[in-house]
Design a protein around this ligand. Structure first.
Ligand SMILES: C[S@@+](CC[C@H](N)C(=O)[O-])C[C@H]1O[C@@H](n2cnc3c(N)ncnc32)[C@H](O)[C@@H]1O
Length: 209
């Protein structure tokens, strides 16, 4: 065998290995985000119901991960609505995009965001929703103050984040609810509702005065 064809085979093997590792990474990340029995404590249907979305609404699922909420929002806003799955992780976006296509969720669009800007369309959204993402965002006061330009009139921001009540807080990835309140006020938002039916996460809904 010529050295050239050996080299060719090696690069194919390396490319295949890279694809396998990346897809394993995406699956592992999804498992880490969603765990086992998440519905029991996450109460996704109650969360979506509490947001009182209307048919035709436009929703940004900021830090959509494996789309745990994205697909539920898609059903809630219906075919006239739109759901933007917004992510900085291209593997997760590819997964959500492929599943949306395969299962016929035509109102889902993936958005490759920047860490400091969700890069939503200028036409804006009615709701920016984040679940277990708030603690990942750096410079949150500026981030959310800037994000106001993506909200349509009457638009809201909903934040669901681990607040330290549960034993899993030993792994970090939490934000004290007082800090969320302080930062969102500094970013120029008014607290509209604070829901207390989740046992380990704060759930706050903001609007723009
Ligand atoms: C713990 S996962 C939560 C996924 C999903 N929201 C859920 O509840 O299952 C956090 C996600 O936020 C994404 N993320 C972190 N910082 C981000 C940023 N600045 N903009 C958009 N996504 C971000 C990560 O890539 C990751 O997929």
């Amino acid at each position: 065998m010529s050295p050239r064809s050996t080299c060719h085979r090696r690069s194919w093997a390396a490319a295949l290995a890279a694809v396998l590792i990346l897809s394993a990474c995406t699956s592992l990340k999804r498992l880490a985000y969603e765990g086992f029995g998440r519905d029991g404590w996450q109460k996704p249907d109650e969360v979506v119901a509490a947001l009182a979305l209307r048919a035709g609404d436009r929703v940004a699922d900021l830090g959509s991960g494996g789309g745990y909420f994205t697909f539920r929002f898609s059903r809630a806003v219906g075919p006239a609505g739109k759901v933007y799955a917004v992510e900085v992780d291209s593997g997760m976006l590819d997964y959500v995009g492929a599943r949306a296509k395969e299962e016929g969720y035509r109102n889902i669009e993936t958005v490759s965001a920047k860490y400091d800007d969700p890069l939503l369309p200028e036409s804006g959204v009615d709701l920016i929703f984040t679940s277990n993402v708030y603690h990942h965002i750096e410079g949150r006061v500026k981030y959310f103050a800037d994000a106001a330009k993506y909200l349509r009139a009457g638009g809201r921001i909903a934040i669901v984040d681990f607040d330290g009540r549960h034993w899993t807080a030993i792994f970090g990835h939490t934000t004290p609810v007082e800090l969320v309140r302080k930062e969102m006020e500094e970013a120029g938002y008014r607290l509209e509702r604070e829901l207390d039916f989740l046992d380990r996460q704060a759930f706050l809904v903001y609007s723009r005065p």
